[in-house]
Design a protein around this ligand. Sequence first.
Ligand code: UDP
Ligand code: MG
Length: 311
Amino acid sequence: MQISIVIPLYHEEVIIDLMAERLIKVSQPDWEWIFVDDGSQDRTVEKLKPWLDRLEKWQLIRFSRNFGQQNAYRAGLDAAKGQAVVFLDADLQDPPEKIIDLIQAWQGGAKLVVGTRLSRSETGFRGFLFRSFHQIFYRLTDGVMPQNSGTFGLMDRVIVEELKRMPERSVLFQALRGWVGYKRATVDYHRSERIGGEIKQSYAKLFTQAWDGITSFSTLPIQWISTLGLLISLFGFLYAGFLLGIKAFQFFGKLQSLDVPGFTTVSVAVLCLGGIQLIAIGVIGQYLARVYHEVKQRPSYIIESHESRGI
Ligand code: UDP
Ligand code: MG
């Protein structure tokens, strides 16, 4: 039974030796290892090459520049020949030794096997952001992505083929693979610290990914805007009625002592509403940008070189 394991690489020279050693230990003769170098400018690939001799089957895809983690996974998916495809980050946060458990669950009949973390190494602000995203995302998407899961997982060929058929460009595979459906299983594991080098997924990249994920699965943010607009208008009308009421009383000589504040009310209203309007336009604009991005139909990645052995 042939399994393909996709590993994206981006500036991972510090970890390559450690990673390769662990991969070689777990590797089986009919496993195909697919390394996708996402435009690394350091010695990642040079350091990987000598190790490849010790793996039976491998592919090495090199991008012409950095296209991002998701596109690296996409290239791996497109190149994979296996009956099942495993996604594994290079940083050893997800243990390669667990691939065997993923395969077992797959052989037990599941078409999608997702690694779920019993613990998460991200702490502090980063951890808080990760947890918040997962909670919001879970609610918005009716649970296409099991909670506490990441990229680490296995997909059967049927899911791979469905994903390859989808024309959309900006995706979050962690979620999209669950959207396809079929029987799903999870495998628990402890997530360790990132070994070697700094985190490659900067806050900006993670934010883009999170936003891509949310906007590709849900238009709820647009509905929130409408609801917010409705609430603010309601409040505005009530307040306007209240102020006009006082003015009317004053016209007939009553409530003279009540002062209707002018400047403060106006500036608070203008500033708050101005801010909310800009946010609202921004959200709509981002959906529009997605449409723009999708209709351009540019390729998701460009391959500079593609080497392989035993495939
Ligand atoms: N990665 C990539 N391109 C990028 C950023 C990251 O291919 O532009 C790869 C990286 O080499 C690693 C995986 O994506 O294999 C996850 O990266 P990282 O551990 O930095 O992110 P996190 O664990 O925070 O998602
Ligand atoms: Mg990581």
